[in-house]
Design a binder for this molecule. Structure first.
Ligand code: ADP
Ligand code: TRP
Length: 329
C-alpha cells in the first residue's frame, strides 16, 4: 500500500446498513491504518444517507452504529477525529456556494446518479446534488488526501473541478485534494462470487453472531468438483475469502490441500468460519463494552465534531470573505 504520512486525510462513511467484510478490507482497515502519522477526519455521512433513509429511528440508529463499529474495529479517538456530518453546519453552507458554481451538466453526468435513476429510483434533488455535498465535505476541512473506493472516483474528480472553479472565480481559497483510490487487491468477493455488496445481498457482516456466520459461510457458492478430486484454489471463492484472514503459512497449507485432492469445500468452509470468527474476536468484545457505555460514544463524537468544526469555521470564513458575503451579524 502506498505510504501516506503527515497528511490531512478525510473520508465519509454512509450509515446505510451493517458493515460487512468487504467494507472492512476495502476501506475501514485502511482508514484505521492512516490514523498513525496523519491527521484524520472521519465522519458518518448522515446527511447523505437522508437521500435514501427517511425514518428518524433508522437514521439515528444507523449513524451511531457506524461510530460504534469503527471504534470497536480500532479507530482511536486520540489519533483520529470521528464525528457526525450534520454536526458541522458549515458543510451545507459551503455546499450552497459550490452549487452556484456547478453546471447542471456536470451533475447529470454523475454515474452514481445515473445508475440510481436507471434502477427506477425517482430522484430527489438531494440525490442529484449529492456530489456537491460530498465536495463540501472534503473542501471544508482543507483535506489533502481522500481515500475512497473506485466507485467514488468520479465524485472526487467533480470535487476537484468545483474547487478549481471557485478558486478561479474568487481567487485562491480552497485546497485542491489529491485522490487516493483504495488498492484494487482489496475487492472482496461475496457469497456468490460477485463483489460483496449490500445491494447484491451477498454480504458477510463483520459483527454477525456465530450461527448466522456459519449459515453464511456454508452457503458460499462453489462448483461441484467431487471431494476426492483436486481443485483450483485460484478459482474458488472460499479460498479467495480465506486468503484475507490467513497467514502466509496457512494460505499455502490450504492451497496444497486443494491441489492434492481429497479436500472438500465443506472442509475449507469450516476453516474459513473459524478464521473469520476469531479475526474479529477482539473487536466483538470491544463492541460489547462500548454498547454498554454509549456515553463514551457521544463523548468521542462530540470531541471529534469540536475539532472538525474549528477547522470548518476557518475555511468558511475564508470562503465568505473571498466570495463577498458581507457579515453584519
Ligand atoms: P456496499 O457496496 O455494500 O453498498 P459501500 O458502497 O457503502 O458498500 O462501500 C463503503 C466502502 O467499502 C467503500 O469505500 C467501498 O469501496 C468499500 N467496499 C464495499 N464493498 C467492497 C468490496 N466487496 N471489496 C472491497 N471494498 C469494498
Ligand atoms: N459518497 C461516499 C460513499 O458513498 C460517502 C461520502 C460522503 C464521502 N462524503 C464523503 C467519502 C467525502 C469521502 C469523502 O461511500
Amino acid at each position: 500500500m502506498q505510504k501516506i504520512q503527515n497528511k490531512r486525510i478525510l473520508s465519509g462513511i454512509q450509515p446505510s446498513g451493517d458493515l460487512h467484510i468487504g467494507n472492512y478490507f476495502g476501506a475501514i482497515r485502511q482508514h484505521i491504518e492512516f490514523q498513525e502519522g496523519n491527521e484524520c477526519y472521519y465522519f458518518v455521512a448522515n446527511l447523505h444517507a437522508m437521500t435514501t433513509i427517511q425514518d428518524k429511528r433508522k437514521l439515528e440508529e444507523a449513524t451511531l452504529q457506524v461510530a460504534i463499529d469503527y471504534l470497536a474495529l480500532g479507530l482511536n479517538p486520540d489519533k483520529a477525529n470521528l464525528f457526525v456530518q450534520s454536526d458541522i453546519p458549515e458543510v451545507t453552507e459551503l455546499a450552497w456556494i459550490l452549487s452556484t458554481l456547478t453546471p447542471l451538466g456536470l451533475l447529470e453526468r454523475a454515474h452514481s446518479y445515473k445508475d440510481k435513476v436507471a434502477k427506477g429510483l425517482t430522484p430527489n434533488h438531494g440525490l442529484f446534488a449529492y456530489p456537491i455535498l460530498m465536495a463540501a465535505d472534503i473542501l471544508i476541512y482543507d483535506s489533502e488526501v481522500v481515500p475512497v473506493g473506485k466507485d467514488q472516483k468520479q465524485h472526487l474528480e467533480m470535487t476537484r473541478d468545483m474547487a478549481l472553479k471557485l478558486n478561479n472565480v474568487y481567487g485562491d481559497t480552497l485546497v485542491i485534494p489529491a485522490e487516493y483510490i483504495m488498492p484494487e487487491v482489496a475487492v472482496v468477493p461475496g457469497l456468490d462470487g460477485q463483489k460483496m455488496s449490500k445491494s447484491y445481498g451477498n454480504t458477510i457482516e463483520i459483527f454477525c453472531d456465530y450461527k448466522t456466520l456459519k449459515q453464511k459461510v456454508m452457503s458460499i457458492v462453489t462448483d461441484s468438483t467431487p471431494l476426492e478430486e483436486p481443485k483450483d484454489p485460484d478459482k474458488n471463492n472460499v479460498f479467495a475469502l480465506y486468503k484475507l484472514f490467513a497467514s502466509q503459512e496457512e494460505k499455502e497449507d490450504m492451497r496444497k490441500k486443494f491441489l492434492q485432492g481429497g479436500y472438500g469445500y465443506g472442509h475449507a468452509k469450516k476453516e474459513l468460519l473459524e478464521k473469520i470468527y476469531t479475526f474479529f474476536e477482539l473487536a466483538r468484545t470491544r463492541r460489547e463494552e462500548i454498547i454498554k457505555d454509549k456515553t463514551y460514544v457521544w463523548e468521542v463524537l462530540k470531541r471529534g465534531a469540536h475539532q472538525a468544526r474549528e477547522q470548518a469555521q476557518q475555511v468558511m470564513s475564508r470562503v465568505r470573505e473571498n466570495c463577498g458575503l458581507i457579515r453584519a451579524y
